[in-house]
Design a protein around this ligand. Sequence first.
Ligand SMILES: [Mg+2]
Length: 316
Amino acid sequence: LNEFDLIRRYFTPPTRHTVLAGGDDAALIAVRPEMEVAVSTDALVSGQHFFAEAEPRAIGYKSLAVNLSDLAAMGAIPRWATLSLTLPDADPVWLERFSEGFLSIAQDHDVDLIGGDTTRGALTVCVTIIGEVEAGRALRRSGARPGDELWVSGTIGDAALAVAHLRGDLVLQPAERAGAMQRLDYPQPRVKLGRGLLELATSCIDISDGLVADVGHLGECSGVHISIELDALPRSALALRYCDHPIGRRAVLAGGDDYELAFTAPAAHRSSLEALAGRGVALTCVGRVEPGSGVSVVDRSGVPMILAETGFDHFR
Ligand SMILES: [Mg+2]
């Protein structure tokens, strides 16, 4: 299987809104007027971002899902993606399942795969996502203002509990494990929610490094202090079971991989947000924006917690 056969066989799905995809030196896309182009890249490295023995279908799915999540956090519409794959060998079974995972979520979000590259080496998946957002309207990290409330979508902590289980730090029961692994392997990028927040949120980020770290980015970029209420954080039944366990607490505050959205909005938008939640994913108010800097987490007695490990940094 040479490089061209490999691309032809596994990575040439029909495109739906692309001028020219593949077969030339570059792809051509037509961008609609009045729109800005949103671009984001993420590399997933075996052993760093996923376990070497992870399901190839899940690796394919997740490599695009995490990129879609970045566009969701900008309120952008995903449109095109490129895929660069570094592989130790061209194993047809692995490739078949990887491409199945990648192309199924691409189809779900109407994203055209328009190009890429394959090389030999340690397994690395690099995806670039390209999307569109109405000019001047994208959600940024920098718009939070004192008086705004902090919100989180869905539930958080399950993906980190799955990681704790895989690392042997915690033993989950089979039924618990299945749900947590699903959250880790098949995160749901909140693209539709991001679009719904364009009118409502003042700042937004996707939770990929951990709640405290990512909310910290909102605070830093906006020049404000953000206070998080520990007991208000939305948790699944599983995460609730571990809420007083140090690993469970760490999962909800510092666990990455949930790919939910954290955003701020003026209190006046509370009922609009509740209506938005009624039509899709749950939204929970978990804190507030104040003058100052940094992030604090207050426990049920209102006492600020001391935060040790607050997120994931590849270079720390
Ligand atoms: Mg992000």
